[in-house]
Design a protein around this ligand. Sequence first.
Ligand code: ZN
Length: 98
Amino acid sequence: MEEQRTCPNLKCGSRLFHNKGISAKNGKPYENWKCAKCGFIEWVDLNPKTGKSTPLPTEIEVDMAKRVESKIDVVNKNVLDVKDQLEKLNQYLRGSGA
Ligand SMILES: [Zn+2]
């Protein structure tokens, strides 16, 4: 009998559907649990060494997510800097005005 799971989204709580197959993109097997109601999806990490499925996210993925977040912060700061520069340039252009 297949494992039954419900959506962790408290406002939803519908049944999750178990999907298994081979990716058409990279030819690798995939497995996930998906909620048809709210769109929640949990990917299962298919470890070829143990043949066991471990739930996501792994520690490495959490670490990567944190690093990506910190990079986004840097990009956001740069965008603000550019906006600031642009504002100064506009003020200068208006000041030197025609
Ligand atoms: Zn749901």
